[in-house]
Ligand binder design. Structure first.
Ligand code: PAF
Length: 283
């Protein structure tokens, strides 16, 4: 496995790839969720590039950019073990040189949920991912379903801007009690870790209510809110019932939807989502 820092070296690598190239963009602090994406890419492509870049443009002024975990050597071990061929770890100035002044705005998909509670976040995500895609030129882009709104937004960007890459969205990997794996889970205290699966349990209970015939998003939101504050330390950021493609709120649940939630447990913000629909098993 090769570690590359400059776009010149990356271009040289790209020019030498004959078969298909898979790409897994990350901000490092890799866990089993990232490992699953890399393994899938390695299975489906001749070569796999993983990028590690903590992207300042997608963090708000009061967010955790400075303390975001950066266990680089451990990340390299995971990339090596899971079948990556190249880790692309650019410096800040390589991605955002002095005078950089462009931004990618994908309209619609990013308006609600994380887009509303983290202003500017998705512009930062779309901008860096477009730059990375331009550099890596992958045949396939691998994203996790855990960040469902991010995946829907990047899928729309790829479509709108005629990018020659297939977006592959892979299932959320869950730990004990169903907690969705996230780099931010390591901020949780042992007590918070024990409480954290409540987010997933509340989503699943809402999914079951929808399966059994509840069609009102308001009623489902009330059920969700009734479940979460039962656990100490929770502060709800948002709960939503959305169309899985446009990510807009739905007025009535008469087809497959995505239930999305974000909540603070202490100072850690957790997000999760599941699929649900009338007569459908949630998950
Ligand atoms: O999901 C992430 O880790 C980031 O948002 C991404 C896609 C690597 C862009 O910085």
């Amino acid at each position: 496995m090769e570690v590359i820092q400059t776009k010149k070296e990356l271009r040289e690598f790209r020019n030498g790839v004959r078969g298909s190239l898979g790409f897994v963009p990350t901000m490092g602090a890799l866990h089993e969720g990232h490992a699953a994406l890399i393994r899938q890419s390695a299975r489906e492509n001749e070569r796999t590039v993983v990028s590690i870049f903590v992207n300042p443009m997608q963090f708000g002024p009061r967010e955790d950019l400075a303390k975001y975990p950066r266990p680089f050597e451990r990340d390299l071990d995971i990339c090596r073990e899971t079948g990556a061929n190249v880790v692309y770890a650019p410096e800040h100035a390589d991605i955002y040189p002095a005078g950089f002044g462009s931004a990618v705005e994908v309209s619609g998909v990013g308006n609600h949920w994380c887009g509303a509670s983290r202003p500017g976040h998705f512009v930062g995500v779309a901008t860096v991912v477009l730059k990375l895609l331009n550099r890596v030129q992958p045949d396939r882009l691998y994203l996790g379903q855990k960040d469902a709104q991010q995946a829907a937004l990047l899928d729309k960007m790829v479509l709108d801007l005629d990018l020659e890459t297939e977006v592959v969205v892979c299932p959320t990997i869950r730990g004990a009690g169903g907690l969705a794996l996230s780099s931010r889970n390591q901020y949780l205290s042992p007590g918070e870790k024990a409480a954290a699966p409540a987010l997933y349990r509340a989503l699943m209970e809402c999914g079951r209510q929808i399966k059994m015939g509840q069609t009102s998003p308001q009623k489902i939101a009330e059920i969700f809110q009734g479940l979460l504050p039962g656990y100490d330390g929770w502060r709800l950021d948002y709960f939503g019932v959305a169309d899985p493609v446009t990510m807009s709120p739905v007025p009535v649940i008469d087809r497959k939807v995505r239930l999305l939630a974000a909540a603070f447990l202490g100072t850690t913000r957790l997000i999760d989502n599941i699929s649900a629909g009338p007569g459908l098993e949630p998950g």
